[in-house]
Design a protein around this ligand. Structure first.
Ligand SMILES: Cc1ncc(COP(=O)(O)O)c(C=O)c1O
Length: 471
């Protein structure tokens, strides 16, 4: 853990959270930053141990009450988008009202231009970053596009990525391919299929072998920290430390699913860029994200000495705004949605207060329960999300049907699960091998901090009943 992480300052401490009976508003999460009332860190390690070791039912029950999700359903598609905690939502609504009534000075609610500086100061420590390295973006797609479209590529450059990336990466990669003649190599990464064991080393080897093959032409390595297709966690830190850094190749990580799920430390991962969502696992407002740019992207000058101006700030070109510096030039997008960014900040502060390490542990605990129950119930199903601690995530993917290509039946299964049993999940599609002629399909389940064991057990029971009805 970096110094930054140790110095993080949640707004209220966990002890207060458990004591209050009326939620976080009383304790002051929402909008408190601008009154300068950020409180001291909870430094009581005994308290941390209390609920990380004991059956912490009471704690998570209270966390669950902070969400207003429709109780007629069990929402398990956080991988698409999350849900704002009620006090974050309350402040968001209040801030929107302030803007509607005072669009010009916004009652000075967000400080001085660029209005997000204090939000960034509050958010950065929770991710092991310095303030000048964090940009409050619009979402993962925005972060990925800002970097890929901003990098100074030339014809013949090679970008290494994987065959399981999201359109957030594939779309700007397509642009630089067409525009500059960059060659994008979609490396086949190992896909767990329930039988073969895969390890972190397998992923490191895929990138290492490709760097050896393409040599100096490799100008960027970009990959998802957790793939949205199967929910597999890639060894991001190892890929950076063992492959990219020794070969002076910049890294851009798609962290759509890790922000708010994992206890991240960007300095420790040591990537150059990290783009994630604020609205998914972090449960901030819609259209919010976090973009990390390591040390003003200075390493690029070292890695790319042959390129003048290696990174263009696509919304704020150097010619007229150099005085702003890297962070502000990337932050600048014209007029912004400050209540949404404040809501993301408030959600981040809530996560810091609850403990990002505990949230990660809880998410993985529920995910493991889900994977184990499904395996017991559907022993002959295909499982695509590994259940080993280092490769697991809060996403579980599997397909109980015999024909993995039968998207029609799987869609019916997903829709009936929602309509008849109230469990909301989604489907994904992917190629197991790059050379596969057709896509395989899977159900994707998200387990998060507002779920409990009963939600998971209920889901698996509902799936079993539905499956028996459908075959
Ligand atoms: C891996 C991955 N990257 C990017 C995105 C896009 O995220 P956003 O909506 O925050 O742009 C998603 C999900 O929708 C995703 O799963």
């Amino acid at each position: 853990m970096s110094e930054n992480k140790k110095n993080s300052s949640p707004v209220i401490n966990r002890r207060d959270f458990l004591k209050t009976s009326t939620g976080l508003a009383l304790a002051g999460v929402g909008g408190v930053m601008f009154s300068g009332a950020v409180q001291a860190q909870d430094s009581d390690p005994g308290w941390h141990d209390f609920y990380s070791k004991s059956p912490n039912r009471k704690f998570w029950k209270k966390v669950r009450k902070e969400f207003i999700l429709d109780k007629r359903n069990v929402y398990m598609n956080i991988g698409t988008t999350g849900s704002m905690p009620k006090d974050v939502l309350y402040e968001y609504n209040r801030n929107n009202k302030i803007i509607a009534s005072n669009p010009w000075d916004m009652q000075e609610k967000f400080g001085h231009w660029p209005y997000v500086a204090e939000m960034i100061d509050a958010v950065a420590p929770g991710f092991g970053a310095d303030s000048h390295e964090i940009i409050l973006s619009r979402n993962t797609t925005d972060g990925m596009c800002s970097i890929i479209n901003g990098l100074h590529f030339q014809e013949g450059d090679v970008i290494l990525t994987t065959h399981h990336e999201h359109v957030a990466a594939n779309s700007p990669l397509n642009v630089v391919t067409k525009r500059y003649g960059v060659e994008v190599i979609y490396l086949e990464i190992p896909v767990y299929t329930g039988s073969e064991l895969i390890s972190e080393q397998d992923f490191v080897d895929v990138f290492a072998d490709a760097v050896e093959e393409y040599g100096d032409r490799v100008r960027l390595i970009t990959f998802s920290h957790i793939t949205y297709k199967t929910g597999t966690t890639l060894p991001a830190k190892r890929i950076c430390h063992e492959v990219a850094i020794p070969n002076q190749i910049p890294t851009l990580i798609d962290g759509a699913h890790t922000i708010g799920m994992f206890d991240l430390d960007f300095h420790d991962i040591d990537c150059d860029f990290y783009a994630g969502s604020g609205h998914k696992w972090q449960c901030g407002a819609g259209a919010t994200g976090i973009l990390y740019v390591r040390d003003n992207a200075k390493r690029l000058d070292e890695y790319w000495p042959d390129r003048e101006n290696p990174l263009w700030y696509i919304n704020s070109s150097l010619s007229h705004a150099a005085y702003l510096g890297t962070q502000l030039q990337l932050q600048y997008i014209g007029n912004d949605n400050y209540p949404a960014k404040q809501a993301l900040t408030d959600a981040c502060l809530m996560w810091d207060m609850l403990g990002r390490d505990l949230i990660e542990k809880r998410v993985l605990e529920l995910s493991r329960l889900c994977k184990e129950r499904l395996l017991d119930t559907f022993p002959s199903a295909s499982f695509y999300s590994p259940n080993t601690p280092e490769l697991s995530s809060g996403l579980t993917t599997f397909n109980p049907l015999f024909d993995q290509q039968d998207i029609e039946q799987l869609t019916i299964f997903r829709d009936r699960l929602r309509e008849e049993y109230g469990y909301i999940i989604r489907t994904t599609d992917f190629k197991v091998k790059v050379t596969d002629q057709s896509d395989s399909h899977a159900l994707r389940i998200s387990t998060h901090l507002f779920h409990n064991e009963q939600d998971v057990i209920g889901l698996v029971e509902a799936m079993q009943e539905l499956y028996l009805d459908m075959i």
